[in-house]
Structure formats: structure tokens, C-alpha cells
Ligand binder design. Structure first.
Ligand code: UD1
Length: 374
């Protein structure tokens, strides 16, 4: 390799990684000295959870797919670790590995790299829900502990890292790469006129996503949530794209919405990013347990009812449109009524959520790599 050329791996595995990876790939590609290799772990593999995002977000096809598939946490994480380590040992070593977010692929690949003395940069570092029953929280804490560079998306991240002894110039508050992707695709999303296509009136429906183990794995919790949706749908139409984990859980308990709800709860397969953004941006409200959607709704100024008791993205509650409601039907119903009655907070703008986070990341990485060579 020429003296001023750098090789970087970017790792992605699960749906929320792809929207974060896309703008970082474009920003790094502006540096001819940087050669990137996209490694897909195969954690998500269905077309609707995977290829479709690469196509519409114009992400180059991954150079490698580790093909790990689904399994228990131990199995999946171990398989990614083992397969990524082999790849790193069998091919020329990159000078850096970039990992995103908090999924099992994030922690497994960070661990494989760091044990081979390859520095890791973590995009979306420092977020903490302080809830260690969430698999993602364990992944966040561990990934941050072994990363060299921490790219932080909101101010709480800096404080959280400091508390864990992670400080210094490699903790960079750069803003939010999800918002880079959102700003790039919003016009396209609006042009799709998704509400029209589904027979919905803009600002007159709720958009629902539920997939966290804490909401779908326990039968009585899931039934309670589905019955709550049923009762809300008597007031306002709902669109409910279903994550495979949720679909499987609903099939397992053989739950069916009664036929009178079928017109007012539109269930769909997982949606591509731009379609989903089109529906979120015109919704009256969003009800979700996703991480990224809490941020997207805050940026768009759409009321967000979060079906969790905590969030690793507190800025969306402090400055944004997000309220943490948990999964108690009474609280959920109250939140929906508040929104319908116009009794909800409005969002302030969030520092550095300006569509330029990936540029800041790419510039810092390039400078950092150059400094390592000198
Ligand atoms: C993972 C992430 C979660 C993220 C979510 C977004 C972890 C610990 N969790 O959760 O943080 O919010 O992705 O989607 O990494 N399945 C399919 N097709 C697929 C992928 C999964 O049918 O392409 C089914 C399988 O039955 C699988 C289940 O979904 O067992 C769960 O998949 P998994 O990757 O284990 O976790 P997610 O719930 O998707």
C-alpha cells in the first residue's frame, strides 16, 4: 500500500446500522487516500431488513458478508467474533475499523479488531439507558470500553463516557449521522406520498413500530399492547409495519385483530427506509420502542410516544417531542388523547443535528490516520 493510503473496514449487520453507515461511506469516499471495505455480518438477512436499504440509500454492496444469521445472543455474537477475526487475519489488516450503534454485530466486531491491535472508532458512542436488561446497553458499554475513537451524537454521551473514565480528544461530539440520512432523503420520502398510497390522510394517523424483547417476548405484555392499539384505532387510524421478531411473536400466540379493526390498523411487512420516513413525516404521532425513531421524530417535530421506561437518547425528551410512556395502556391512551387534543410539547433544535455529522467524522478520521503515520 502506498505511504498515504489508508484501509478502513466499516461494519454493519442489522437494519439500524445501514442508515448510519450510508452517510459515513459517502463522506469517507471524498478522501481518495482512504480505501474502504464494507463488511456485512449477516445478522439481518431478509431482503426487507437488508438489501432494500443498501439499494435505496445507495450504499455500495458489501465486499464481504459473514453470513451469521439469527441465534441466541451468545451464539450470534460468538459467530460474528469468530468469522470477523478470521477475515481480519486472512486479509491485509485495515488501519481502523468503524462500528455503528449498539447491535450484536457492533460489539463482536469491535472485540475482534481490538484484540488484533486494530483501533476501533465507534459511531454513536456514549449513549446509555442505564438499563442492563437491554442487550443493546451491554453492547454500548462494552464497545465504548474498547474503542479508541468515540463519535458522540448528543451531549449526554460525553457525560456518560466521562463517568466511565473515557475522556480526551478522541471523544468527539460530531452530531447525529441518522439525521444526515434523514435530511438527505426527506424530499424523496415526501414525494412518494405514502399516506395517499395507503388511503390515509396526512396528520390523521399514528405510525407504530414495536420490536424490543421487553415488549414482544412476553405474551401478556404483547397482548396488552395489541389490545391497546385496537382501542386507539377506534379514534384514529394506525399503520403498523411489523419487524420479523414481532410478527413471529404474534403468530406464536395466535393473536388476530378483530375484523372491525382491520380497516383501521394497517399492518405491513418491514418498510424500506424512505417509505417509512414518508409515513413518519406525515403522521399525527408515532408510537415506538425504536431508538432511531425517537431521534427522527424529534428532528421532524412529530410527537413521539416511546413504549419504554428509559431512553439512551435523553435529548429527545429534554429538547424534543419524545415522552417515555412504558407499556401501561392507561398511560398510552392518555398520551394519544393529549396529542389529539393538541396538548404536546414542540421540539427545539438539537445541537449539531445538521446533516453534517458524517463529514466531521470523515475529517477527524483522516487527520487521525495521518497523525498515526507520522
Ligand atoms: C436487532 C438489534 C436491535 C435493533 C434491531 C432492529 C441486537 C442485540 N439487537 O434486534 O438493537 O433495534 O435489530 O431491527 O443486536 N429475523 C428475521 N429476518 C432477519 C433478521 C431477523 O426473520 O433478517 C428474525 C429472526 O427470527 C431473529 C429475530 O428476528 O431471531 C431477531 O433478530 P435479531 O437480529 O436477533 O434481533 P432484532 O430483534 O432484530
Amino acid at each position: 500500500m502506498k505511504k498515504d493510503n489508508f484501509q478502513i473496514d466499516l461494519v454493519a449487520g442489522a437494519r439500524p446500522n445501514f442508515m448510519k453507515l450510508a452517510p459515513v461511506v459517502s463522506a469517507l469516499n471524498r478522501f481518495p487516500q482512504i480505501k474502504i471495505r464494507i463488511v456485512h455480518t449477516g445478522q439481518h438477512y431478509d431482503n426487507g431488513m437488508n438489501e432494500v436499504f443498501f439499494k435505496e440509500l445507495e450504499i455500495p454492496e458489501p465486499a464481504i458478508n459473514l453470513g451469521v444469521g439469527s441465534g441466541t445472543h451468545g451464539f450470534q455474537t460468538a459467530r460474528i467474533l469468530e468469522r470477523y477475526e478470521s477475515l481480519l487475519m486472512e486479509t491485509p489488516k485495515p488501519q481502523m475499523v468503524i462500528v455503528f450503534g449498539d447491535v450484536n454485530s457492533t460489539v463482536a466486531c469491535a472485540l475482534a479488531a481490538v484484540k488484533l491491535l486494530i483501533p476501533v472508532a465507534h459511531v454513536e458512542a456514549g449513549l446509555r439507558s442505564f438499563d442492563r436488561t437491554m442487550p443493546e446497553e451491554i453492547n454500548r458499554v462494552l464497545t465504548d470500553a474498547i474503542s479508541t475513537i468515540h463519535f458522540v451524537s448528543e451531549p449526554s454521551g460525553i457525560e456518560n463516557l466521562k463517568r466511565e473514565g473515557i475522556t480526551g480528544e478522541n471523544v468527539r461530539f460530531v452530531g447525529n449521522v441518522m439525521i444526515d440520512t434523514l435530511t438527505k432523503n426527506l424530499e424523496k420520502a415526501k414525494k412518494l406520498k405514502m399516506p395517499d398510497k395507503l388511503g390515509l390522510i396526512p396528520q390523521n394517523y399514528g405510525y407504530i413500530t414495536i420490536h424490543r424483547p421487553s415488549n414482544v417476548d412476553d405474551t401478556s405484555t404483547l397482548i396488552r399492547l395489541l389490545e391497546t392499539l385496537q382501542s386507539i384505532s377506534k379514534q384514529i387510524k394506525l399503520v403498523f409495519p411489523m419487524h420479523p421478531r414481532t410478527k413471529l411473536a404474534i403468530e406464536r400466540i395466535q393473536f388476530k385483530f378483530p375484523s372491525e379493526s382491520e380497516k383501521s390498523i394497517i399492518t405491513l411487512p418491514p418498510l424500506p427506509y424512505i417509505e417509512s420516513l414518508g409515513l413518519i413525516s406525515s403522521a399525527k404521532f408515532v408510537m415506538t420502542d425504536s431508538g432511531g425513531i425517537q431521534e427522527e421524530t424529534t428532528f421532524l417535530g412529530i410527537p413521539c410516544i416511546t413504549l419504554r421506561k428509559n431512553t439512551e437518547r435523553p435529548v429527545t425528551v429534554e429538547l424534543g417531542t419524545n415522552k417515555l410512556v412504558g407499556n401501561d395502556p392507561e398511560k398510552i391512551n392518555k398520551a394519544v388523547n393529549d396529542i389529539i387534543n393538541g396538548n404536546w410539547k414542540t421540539a427545539q433544535s438539537i445541537p449539531l443535528w445538521d446533516g453534517k455529522a458524517s463529514e466531521r467524522i470523515a475529517e477527524y478520521i483522516f487527520e487521525w490516520l495521518k497523525n498515526q503515520k507520522n
